[in-house]
Design a binder for this molecule. Sequence first.
Ligand SMILES: Cc1cc2nc3c(=O)[nH]c(=O)nc-3n(C[C@H](O)[C@H](O)[C@H](O)COP(=O)(O)OP(=O)(O)OC[C@H]3O[C@@H](n4cnc5c(N)ncnc54)[C@H](O)[C@@H]3O)c2cc1C
Ligand SMILES: NC(=O)C1=CN([C@@H]2O[C@H](COP(=O)(O)OP(=O)(O)OC[C@H]3O[C@@H](n4cnc5c(N)ncnc54)[C@H](OP(=O)(O)O)[C@@H]3O)[C@@H](O)[C@H]2O)C=CC1
Ligand SMILES: Nc1ccccc1C(=O)C[C@H](N)C(=O)O
Length: 449
Amino acid sequence: MEKTTQLSVMGGGLVGCLLSLYLAKQGYRVDVYERRPDLRRTDINAGKSINLALSDRGWRALETIGIAEDIKKVAIPMYRRVMHDKNGNLSFQPYGQENQAIYSVSRGGLNQALLDLAEAEPGISLHFQQQVLEVEVVTNKVTMLDAVSGQEHQIQPDVIFAADGAFSMVRLSLQKTDRFNYEQSYLDYGYKELTIPPAADGNWQLEKNALHIWPRGQYMMIALPNIDGSFTCTLFFPYAGEPSFKSLQTSAQLEAFFKEVFPDAAALMPDLAQEFFENPTGSLVTVKCFPWSHGGKILLLGDAAHAIVPFYGQGMNAGFEDCTVLRGLLEQHQDDWETIFQTFQQVRKANTDAIADLAVYNFIEMRDKVADPRFLLQKKIEAKITAQYPDAWLPLYSMVTFSPDLPYAEALANGKRQEEIMRELMVHIQTEEDYNKPAVQQYLQTQLA
Ligand SMILES: Cc1cc2nc3c(=O)[nH]c(=O)nc-3n(C[C@H](O)[C@H](O)[C@H](O)COP(=O)(O)OP(=O)(O)OC[C@H]3O[C@@H](n4cnc5c(N)ncnc54)[C@H](O)[C@@H]3O)c2cc1C
Ligand SMILES: NC(=O)C1=CN([C@@H]2O[C@H](COP(=O)(O)OP(=O)(O)OC[C@H]3O[C@@H](n4cnc5c(N)ncnc54)[C@H](OP(=O)(O)O)[C@@H]3O)[C@@H](O)[C@H]2O)C=CC1
Ligand SMILES: Nc1ccccc1C(=O)C[C@H](N)C(=O)O
């Protein structure tokens, strides 16, 4: 039965679209307001990040709206990290068990698929080029800017869902309310997207089914495959110092630098200088805030509630998981928005704080640790422990990435406990064979059996 409550979702990005589908399937009428033009009908980039790593939490959400199979057809499984050293030598680290992968998907493609589904849903109306300017939280009056006419107008939905991203305007309005906690922290690093085009025969110029990393201690470059045979590379680089975005000012400086530190990649980047100097430099921010709801009439979710740095490849996955949790609460509590929102934020906050912290940590792992042979040895030892004690040990990466039912906060807590055991164990281990040493086996037995 169609319900009369008027719901508005601010932001027609990844989370806003998915959420609107969940709401419509519960019988609500939903208006989605998106600041950008319809990306299916305009030649605009969906955003600065071209592709995204989709993993189990995200897949779970997509399965419930029946598009997981279609998306999988255009997603590229990445089974392992491939590390490139300064001489072009490669080393490898599998992400999980055989057949476990994270998937490279096009942000624009996924957003378009979700918009198509939303448009086909009778309960959903999509409004493009409508930008939220401000929300009057006492009355729920929203001031919108119509980008086509340049006119401001007001709407007054019963309930507002804010999925308007890391720089949410709805959140900005909530910041002015009493006892709203807010913190944001920027890294001293920015990111720049670059391209490795397909080979002349259309094929991928690096191993296709992998996420490539050029770890260089204080900075790094990564590359994820696209279905057209290209790779999107992202350079995570300091804003200032030596080397930095500031220190590389000319094409000659840039090319000399890339040839020295990323020689194998540089040889595959014909448009390096043009892209480097023309593409924007993105900033990297963590936003934590609370409460996420106001009077049972406004709810923040996705990046608007918890923007995290991209290094775990979990921001969208966490936003999709928000929708999964909210969907369960909608079924349980029907129109009782106050209860739904209170429960949602209580359940989610500790988990999104945990993935925010894990994401910052994963930068250090990716830019530095993966270049250390002892770190790679430790990962091999961990795989052996999992094989021997499958019920007592799962690597942290697998708990985050391949365990869609395990809350992030539990993954973090388990990971910390395992890290302590691992530290003690590695004192006795120099090679893979040392895993069978009696001291190692006895220690594991006391800790895990
Ligand atoms: C470089 C980079 C790489 C990333 N890689 C990954 C990855 O591999 N895996 C992963 O899971 N996550 C990744 N993320 C994170 C991911 O992009 C975000 O977590 C995800 O996009 C959040 O979705 P969202 O719908 O909440 O916000 P968004 O995708 O930002 O959508 C918000 C929407 O709201 C619209 N909007 C904004 N302001 C207004 C307004 N005032 N009025 C109306 N509409 C508005 C925007 O135009 C946009 O369409 C990455 C992020 C970055 C920056
Ligand atoms: N956690 C993080 O570090 C980051 C996360 N993201 C997330 O990635 C996704 C895609 O990003 P994308 O589509 O490229 O979005 P953009 O980075 O292009 O930004 C979208 C909106 O945020 C504004 N904005 C961008 N940077 C800043 C800033 N430093 N301070 C204040 N406002 C800013 C933009 O304003 P204007 O158009 O006027 O420039 C625009 O309104 C989104 O989910 C976003 O939430 C994006 C960047 C960083
Ligand atoms: N998508 C990303 C975007 C930026 C930085 C990292 C990622 C990752 O996915 C990293 C991957 N999870 C890893 O741990 O190797």
